[in-house]
Design a protein around this ligand. Structure first.
Ligand SMILES: [Zn+2]
Length: 321
């Protein structure tokens, strides 16, 4: 008998990643390509279908059971469509579930990309065998997802909660959402860059050298490198950013008390630089609730988390869960 295979798709604004995944969460075959959204949804769908066929062929006769997609939001799960002209130009009200179902003849699940990544980590990554898994992704923005007993927590009308827009400073920098001082406008990659660029003007720092002498090229990666090399200004930026990161985390942990919080995203590749600040803030707030019992883990599945989690969503759909 040929082994059964799930397809997991991670559709981002730049690339689409497709994995053939076993029922146990192992990635059997993998392919990715630029999505080139501006060429239109039809071309995108063709590319996705081509990648699916490619990874299926690599499983040598694996029997396709189901397909899951985690897509950069907003999505409409009820209608199985993507409404995202913001990061996928031209992709406005694009049905995705039905065309894939018709083409491959299997059930198709659709999830928000942050939820898909969290499902992946909860299934076979850093949140394996835990009941309450909170995932926080820190990159260009801050994304969040909460998995409870293997299920995505959904808000009213199925909406995806966005902890990146928790307000931590009502007089803080303006955010594109219309509020001021949102968590992501204080602690994500662009906030780190902005803070560092403001401090580096006319002050002695190796950040400028690491950025090729261009103030505007100082980014989060440069700040982390400089901080690790002992640069005082970079360390100050790390410390200020870590304070906001920790404050947002503490607020979330106090509200949800998960078993584990999984930290992912580009900025969290430098987790060891931020960890001491996060731990000390969490300790300080462990008075009325046992925050120190919450484990902090770094995401383990890397770029495959979204596709693996999407495959899990497909498996759940097949099982009727
Ligand atoms: Zn905001």
């Amino acid at each position: 008998m040929s082994p059964s295979v799930l397809i997991g798709i991670d559709l981002g604004g730049t690339n689409v990643r497709v994995g053939a995944v076993s029922r146990q969460g192992e990635v059997l075959a993998w392919a990715e390509a630029p999505i080139e959204a501006s060429r239109g949804p039809q071309a995108g769908l063709q590319r996705i279908s081509g990648l699916i066929e490619q990874v299926l062929a690599e499983t040598r006769g694996g029997a396709l059971m189901g397909i899951g997609m985690g897509a950069t939001g907003p999505i409409d799960r009820q209608r199985g469509s993507i409404q995202n002209p913001y990061t996928l130009p031209t992709w406005e009200d694009v049905p995705i579930v039905q065309p894939l179902r018709e083409r491959f003849g299997v059930p198709v699940a659709l999830e928000n990309d942050a939820d898909a990544a969290a499902l992946g980590e909860a299934w076979v990554g850093a949140g394996r065998d835990r009941e309450r898994v909170l995932m926080v992704t820190v990159g260009t923005g801050i994304g969040s997802a909460f998995i409870y007993r293997g299920e995505v927590y959904r808000g009213v009308g199925g909406a995806h909660p966005e902890a990146g827009h928790l307000v931590l400073d009502m007089n803080g920098p303006p955010c594109y959402c219309g509020a001021r001082g949102c968590w992501e406008s204080l602690a994500a990659g662009p906030a780190i860059a902005r803070r560092a660029q403001a401090l580096a003007q006319g002050a002695p720092t190796i950040m400028l050298d690491l950025a090729g002498g261009r103030l505007e090229s100082i980014d989060a990666r440069v700040v982390v490198m400089a901080a690790q090399a002992g640069d005082a200004l970079a360390q100050r930026v790390v410390q200020e950013t870590a304070a906001y990161l920790a404050l947002g985390l503490v607020n979330l942990l106090i509200a949800f008390l998960p078993d584990v919080v999984i930290l992912g995203g580009g900025v969290m590749r430098a987790y060891p630089v931020f960890a001491p600040y996060l731990h000390s803030m969490i300790k300080r707030h462990s008075v009325v609730v046992p925050l120190d019992a919450v484990q902090l883990e770094v995401a383990r599945l890397g770029v495959q988390a979204g596709a693996v989690g999407a495959a899990y969503a497909a498996l759940k759909l097949i099982k009727g869960g």
